[in-house]
Design a protein around this ligand. Structure first.
Ligand SMILES: Nc1nc2c(c(=O)[nH]1)N[C@H]1C(S)=C(S)[C@@H](COP(=O)(O)O)O[C@H]1N2
Ligand SMILES: [Mo]
Length: 393
């Protein structure tokens, strides 16, 4: 990992995101050196312990035959599946939430780079669950959860890391949930969970448990702190952790699972034009949801009118979408496009050094539209307001 590729947001535990969003979105598949790191504990380097490393699978329901698999068994004896899926932290864009709402949020001050589009390879979790006796009858999955845990290192708030997903998701062949051992064709690195991590496409990164060593089928969601008392969107009126605890808010709202429909502007700049009457601006960025993106649109008039962008990359069900658009900001305001708000051009006079703000908005294939504004929540999670970038031109 190059020293300048990531901006370190916390040294202990180690938390870092790419320094340049423009560079991040210049690669459809995120190179390992640009993959953000999000850790609630020290990073365990288990590379010399792989012979001892096992994953236990059990459950508190009937009909489960507990099983213990070695890393080699998971890698060599089970089917291998590859999936391109975007990994995103629930705290992505937290700094934007603070900026747009003018209120402090609790958590690492993430910009918009805690996102990585990776080609993962691993064993389908479904095949492992079938081995321990989960049946292929979907009615039997109802109300059950798969608890995913890592006991290799104590975390900031508790002694271990865990999270859970509905059993339904883990058993659905099309949901592509993996016990992954490779990213971009290489073994996982210690910071990304070597030897095994869970990959849950379309779901927030906090459930993609790294260094996973215990998988358990349960009637309850994971009892872990990060499932029960964090990674939930608390209502706006909950203004402190103390209030959240004393009024029991954590159990009143659901744990986050699926990704929101979201987009971000990663680069916005003026581009040269051969025609002197033209003022060309180029914007590009990323978008994602819990299903493929249908289109991304941009607005120069605070969301009154929108122009559709070109999607330059999207691969399969679970990747991010990369988009770009060129906007012709005519020098003659009278001929300017409908999109253009006069105030955005700075009004009368000076055509130089005027600020232009572009907003982006994603629509997914299920018809969900990214909202323009996002309300504040205490932990600053799930920010999904319009993407935004401003330039002086
Ligand atoms: N064991 C363990 N797994 C974990 C975490 C952690 O702190 N410990 N962090 C989670 C969170 S919040 C995110 S966003 C992703 C980050 O994965 P990365 O560091 O590979 O980018 O891992 C998840 N899995
Ligand atoms: Mo996260």
């Amino acid at each position: 990992m190059g020293a300048s590729d990531l901006s370190v947001r916390g040294k202990i535990p180690y938390n870092a995101e790419p320094s340049s969003l423009a560079e991040l979105t210049s690669h459809p598949i995120t190179p390992l050196r640009l993959v953000y790191a999000r850790n609630h504990s020290d990073i365990k380097d288990l590379r010399s312990d792989t012979d001892q490393y096992t994953v236990k699978i059990d459950g508190d329901i009937g009909g489960i035959q507990p099983l213990e698999l070695t890393f080699a068994q998971v890698r060599d004896d089970l089917p291998r599946k590859e999936v391109i899926a975007v990994l995103i932290c629930a705290g992505n864009r937290r700094a934007k939430m603070a900026e747009k709402t003018g209120r402090d949020v609790q958590g690492i001050n993430w910009s918009e780079g805690t996102i990585a589009n990776v080609r993962w390879a691993g064993a389908p979790l479904r095949d492992i669950l079938l081995q321990v006796g989960v049946t292929d009858d979907s009615a039997s999955w109802e109300g059950l959860h798969v608890c995913l845990a890592s006991n290799v290192a104590p975390c900031e708030d508790t002694t271990w890391y865990g999270g859970s997903i509905p059993l339904e998701r883990a058993m659905n062949e099309n949901a592509d949930v993996l016990l992954a051992y490779e990213m971009n064709g290489e073994p996982l690195t210690p910071d990304h969970g070597f030897p095994l991590r869970v990959v849950v496409p379309g779901c927030g990164g906090m459930r993609w448990v790294k260094w996973v060593d215990h998988i358990s089928i349960s009637r309850e969601e994971s009892p872990n702190f990060y499932q029960q008392r964090d990674y939930r969107i608390l209502p706006q009126n909950v203004t402190s952790k103390k209030m959240a605890e004393s009024e029991g808010w954590w159990s009143k709202v659901p744990s986050i699972q699926n990704l929101p429909c979201n987009s971000v502007v990663s680069d916005f700049r003026r581009v040269r034009s051969a025609c002197p009457d033209q003022l060309l601006l180029k914007a590009c960025g990323y978008a994602y949801s819990d299903c493929p993106i249908k289109h991304v649109d941009v607005s120069l008039d605070d969301g009154t009118t929108w122009k559709q962008c070109e999607i330059t990359y999207q691969d399969g069900q679970w990747s991010w979408a990369l988009w770009e658009v060129t906007i012709d900001l005519m020098l003659d305001e009278e001929n300017s496009s409908d999109m253009l708000l006069a105030s955005n051009l700075g009004g009368a006079g000076d055509r130089e050094n005027r600020k232009v703000t572009v907003f982006s908005r994603a629509t997914d294939s299920a018809g969900r539209v990214q909202p323009f504004t996002c309300t504040w929540n205490l932990r600053g999670v799930g920010y999904d307001g319009a993407g935004e970038a401003t330039i002086d031109h």
